[in-house]
Ligand binder design. Structure first.
Ligand SMILES: *Cc1c(COP(=O)(O)O)cnc(C)c1O
Length: 215
């Protein structure tokens, strides 16, 4: 069940920090997305290519952010559909996004996904990788990609001090390379968005608090 009360409350909280909500609509219906658009939301996050392709066909007015693990062989399909890819987790993927963007005469906004959690299962660059790639100039070779900032997910834990520490380390990395075009820090989900806002998030990715639990 969609919860508009939560939506408006979280939106107001984010607004106090100058941050915005990306409404994570994976596994949720087109009808629910339309309901949220009627309430004023424009940006939606999706994790799966097929789902994004189908929903975008039906709702072209939304701004779609791809936030899931992306295989290089699926990049071509989503480039024309997305306003941002938040989950660039390798140079190989970035190279493909650049190539497919060039073929379509586009520039694609991207975030670099950083692995800050203790969990092995999560993907992304390490903090040291990011520092090395910036310093070596390896990130300058992609003229059709605009690297707008960083994205990260904290460990799934009850230990709030660990979550806060992980958000802080991401914020610190972000500040090292911040510029007028590298200005987005995507961190915080339903369970930890408050801490993320306090630690400097500019985009919180909220699914279940708005759309209800997923099956
Ligand atoms: C599913 C997902 C979210 C939203 O999670 P909720 O806990 O439902 O708010 C945020 N970010 C990513 C990368 C996700 O996969």
């Amino acid at each position: 069940m969609i919860n508009l009360e939560n939506y408006h409350r979280i939106k107001e909280e984010a607004g106090k920090y100058g941050a915005e909500i990306i409404a994570v609509s994976k596994k949720k219906s087109v009808e629910d997305i339309r309901t949220l658009m009627d309430a004023g939301q424009k940006k939606f996050g999706e994790n799966y290519v097929q789902e994004l392709v189908q929903k975008q066909k039906e709702i072209q007015e939304a701004q779609w952010h791809f936030i899931g693990h992306l295989q290089t062989n699926k990049v071509k399909q989503i480039i024309p559909l997305v306003s941002m890819i938040q989950s660039i987790d390798s140079l190989k993927l970035m190279k493909e996004v650049d190539k497919q963007s060039r073929d379509l005469n586009r520039k694609t906004d991207c975030l670099l996904e950083v692995h800050i959690a203790k969990e092995e299962s999560k993907s992304g660059f390490s903090i040291v990788d990011i520092q090395n790639h910036f310093q070596s100039g390896a990130l300058n070779n992609f003229p059709n990609v605009t690297i707008r900032g960083l994205m990260g997910m904290a460990t799934m834990t009850e230990d709030n001090s660990l979550i806060r520490e992980e958000f802080r380390s991401l914020r610190k990395l972000f500040e090292q390379f911040k510029s007028p075009s590298f200005d987005q820090l995507s961190m915080g989900m339903t369970s930890d968005y408050r801490m993320a806002l306090e630690e400097g998030s500019t985009m919180i990715r909220i699914g279940s608090a708005i759309f209800g639990e997923r099956n």
